[in-house]
Design a binder for this molecule. Sequence first.
Ligand code: SF4
Ligand code: SF4
Length: 167
Amino acid sequence: MLGTGLLKGLAITFVHFVDTYVQDLKKFPRRYRKEPVEGQSQALRGFFTVQYPEEQLRMFPRFHGHLVQARDAETGDYKCTACKSCERACPHGVIKVEGERNPDRESKKKMLVTHFTWDAGRCLFCGLCVEACNFDALRWSQGFDLAGCEREALVYDFERMLEKSDA
Ligand code: SF4
Ligand code: SF4
């Protein structure tokens, strides 16, 4: 029947609208959420205020935030091998990687990263670079505060990507 889909959509919206008030009453009188909450959970239903930026909700695990460089859990050293797979996979050319042979012949790490930049301002957040990394070095963080006043501030170098990973 003509308009059934529209009515169904309105009904769903109405149920969510009522549920918001029901959840709010259940949590009364709490108005502010102090503790971090895993995103998309039941706890996020109802009215509450997050005092951003002092308080922040955690984003859901698959959120594409900053690209970060991971460290080896045992050695604490960065995992990147400067193989350039991420650079080649990027359709927008926003990752630049340079490396050099490690002079320490005894070290397991054969290549050292001499230059790594990621331009978040031009990134599509498609994740092809993360998929292309065979060393689990490149990951998405759950950080969403990417905004900056200047374009240059959106270009992340290797140290900054490691710092974001440690944060
Ligand atoms: S997410 Fe996509 S556009 Fe952004 S750096 Fe990775 S491959 Fe390039
Ligand atoms: S981040 Fe991964 S794919 Fe990119 S250069 Fe490092 S090891 Fe290679």
